[in-house]
Ligand binder design. Structure first.
Ligand SMILES: [Zn+2]
Length: 126
């Protein structure tokens, strides 16, 4: 006897049979996919928020700021999309959130650049 992981019913079947029915197999896999998508959407939201915060800073002309300011805005430093290269000004790397970049200096300052203009492309390639 085996137990179906979807409905909990006991059933008889071949050794490789995991679910009592096709219905249970489908609903189990559907849920698994839904959960995965939920996780991805959640990270997408964080990245989009980080991106909007950087964009907002650039719009306000705040291209030098600090960690605590970004944290207050709701920035999440754990998530980014890539590390496109080294930032000569900070001596550290550029961290990208889609087309916006930031770099943290030794003093804890944050330099922000917009990657959608000429300069940004230059940063992305360096
Ligand atoms: Zn079942």
């Amino acid at each position: 006897m085996k137990t179906c992981p979807e409905c909990g019913k006991n059933f008889n079947g071949r050794a490789d049979k995991k679910f009592c029915s096709d219905e249970c197999r489908c609903s189990y896999n559907d849920r698994l996919n839904r959960d995965r998508k939920k996780g991805i959407r959640w990270i997408d939201r964080i990245l989009m928020k980080n991106y909007s915060i950087l964009k907002e800073c650039i719009k306000m002309g705040k291209t030098v700021t600090d960690v605590s300011y970004l944290l207050r805005m709701g920035f999440d430093f754990e998530y980014f999309t890539s590390i496109p290269g080294k930032c000569p000004e900070s001596g550290s790397v550029w961290i990208a959130c889609y087309t916006c970049f930031y770099s943290v200096t030794e003093e804890g300052e944050i330099l922000i650049r917009d990657g959608e203009n000429e300069d940004g492309r230059k940063y992305a390639q360096s």
